[in-house]
Ligand binder design. Structure first.
Ligand SMILES: Cc1cc2nc3c(=O)[nH]c(=O)nc-3n(C[C@H](O)[C@H](O)[C@H](O)COP(=O)(O)OP(=O)(O)OC[C@H]3O[C@@H](n4cnc5c(N)ncnc54)[C@H](O)[C@@H]3O)c2cc1C
Ligand code: FES
Length: 254
């Protein structure tokens, strides 16, 4: 982990509140793995004071791509950055999805949870058979479908809560059937806590190993401040930034 000054190569508005930023890094791009994240100094002033965490969507050394949603002050400032602007980026941080061979892996993404899932799909396709469930509130939140189309996936299942794209419903709606029909033995997931909670219930009793990449409010990003602590099922807490963000789904108290 180190802090680098990165140059903005592109910062494209995908639709109203979603952006894809391409950054030129020194070493982050070659060192990162699917699941890793970076802490971004969105401003050169002290407002906001804290860096913001963003998962890595794609690495193409020396470039990394961040896909982000504007939800507040920090991401709003980020959305205003232009080509050749510089920003301080700390990373790569956190752990990554484990590597498997000869497995049927189901990737499950809710909304911007597509970020580490896309990175995993690009990197873990060799030797495995990959399936994807991707869902969001509406068509406007279900982006990057052209890029997803070019991934080496055996089958993609799209969902939107309002039925504007794909099947109407939640990403977790048919997950049990999809796992059974496709002989899935591993899942990788990323999305909001409500999705993980439902996923944890749906997957109970199935002989599947489940790895979830979590989000949490973060102060430092490397284990010092405890702002990202999550409760584990066996008691005690884990830090999303330094013990995760990838955990066994069933190890977390949902
Ligand atoms: C490991 C990790 C990876 C992430 N990857 C991505 C990504 O790839 N793309 C992306 O768009 N976002 C990602 N996030 C979330 C992103 O960090 C927050 O949306 C961002 O920090 C918000 O900053 P802000 O200043 O714009 O909003 P703020 O003004 O800080 O907050 C605006 C609202 O968003 C909520 N919020 C802030 N941070 C989080 C969070 N971590 N989880 C849930 N709600 C939050 C706040 O409670 C508040 O309601 C990730 C978070 C983590 C921890
Ligand atoms: S963000 Fe500071 S300990 Fe995790």
């Amino acid at each position: 982990m180190k802090e680098e000054k990165c140059r903005v190569v592109e910062n494209i508005n995908i639709n109203e509140k979603y952006y894809l930023m391409k950054l030129k890094t020194t070493t982050i791009a070659k060192d990162c793995r699917p699941g890793n994240f970076v802490m971004v100094a969105v401003s050169t002033t002290f407002d906001p004071l804290l860096k913001r965490p963003f998962g890595i969507f794609k690495s193409e050394p020396p470039y990394i791509y961040l896909y982000y949603e504007v939800v507040g002050k920090g991401s709003e400032l980020m959305s205003r950055l232009k080509e050749n602007d510089n920003l301080a980026v700390l990373g790569p941080l956190g752990n990554s999805f484990p590597v498997f061979r000869s497995e049927n892996i189901l990737l499950i993404a809710g909304g911007r949870g597509i970020v580490p899932i896309y990175f995993a799909a690009e990197n873990y396709a060799a030797g495995n058979t990959l399936f994807l469930i991707y869902g969001a509130k509406s068509a406007g939140d279900l982006n990057l479908l052209d890029r997803i189309d070019s991934l080496p996936l055996k089958k993609t299942y799209l969902y939107s809560e309002n039925g504007s794209t794909g099947k109407k419903g939640l990403v977790t709606g048919d997950v049990r059937e999809i796992i059974i029909d496709n002989h899935i033995n591993i899942t990788f997931s990323c999305g909001p806590d409500a999705m993980f909670k439902s996923l944890n219930q749906e997957l109970a009793g199935l002989a599947v190993e489940n790895y979830a990449s979590l989000e949490a409010l973060m102060g430092c990003g490397f284990g010092i401040c405890y702002s990202c602590a999550v409760k584990t099922r066996l008691g005690g807490y884990k830090k999303v930034c330094s013990d995760g963000p990838v955990f066994k789904l069933e190890d977390i108290e949902w």
